[in-house]
Design a protein around this ligand. Sequence first.
Ligand SMILES: [Zn+2]
Length: 316
Amino acid sequence: MAKKASVENKSKRTGYSVVIVPLYEGCARQFKISRFAIYSVITAFVLFVSSFVYVFVQNTRLKNTVAQYNGMGLDQVIRLQATQLDAANEAISKSNTELDALKTYVVYLGTLDAKVRKTLGFAANNVSLASILKSTATPTLSVSRGLAAGATQLSTSTAVVQQEAEAREKNLIVLQDAASKYNSLLAQTPSIWPLYGLITSEYGWRSNPFGGSSGEYHDGVDIAAPYGTAIRATADGKVEQSGWNGSYGISVTLYHRDGIETLYGHMSRTAVSAGQTVKKGQVIGFEGSTGRATGAHCHYEVMINGDAVNPMTYLN
Ligand SMILES: [Zn+2]
């Protein structure tokens, strides 16, 4: 009975004992360790090691992921910047081309300026535009040379062209004013025919048309045309005289500028009155044969400071 119980106890209560025996003296010591305790320790150890390995693996994986993301981000930034650089380079290149075109145009304006000055008899512009443009030659731009430097050079060149264009504009305004005065002078200078017809008597010495042995000095030209043909002012001016005028019959005298006058004689009637302002080409009267005339014609006379000059000079 007791033996049986002993065997049962042995199977149920398995465990180990650790005996520590001193080498030289003293009592030996025995420790009992249950199997449960051993399993618990082993399990705890395995769990600890597993956790450590798991954390280590996760950490490594996370590090790799972060590195990968960082790499991808940088790559994207580089690609974006490359695209932006390309765009900037293209824009600067386009501006460069436009600036060249603008320079050509400003040079053309300079040429035009010189031509107009020459035509009007003005002194040449002493500013050599070409030299200024040469000194600020358009830079050859490239990304490798630095966008900022290229953009600065471009900006400087643009400013110079802008400045020159403004100078041209001021010049042209001066020339326009001069041309306007020139036009005004031209308008006030006899330059057209008072009427179209046959020249029956020229300016200068001629035999007396009314007979007699002596010649006479003809101080105008006689232009014959059908009776009543309109007679026009040969320049802008003011009517000095309109009506009967001795041997000129019914005549009109106009004052233009700087002592220049014109006289239209032998009219059948006038169309203007003294003091009136007339424009070049305006009808001032009609052809007739009043006064000392042998037939229907217009005696046209040009005077400078009261002296008759050859009207043909003004009738080219
Ligand atoms: Zn005459």
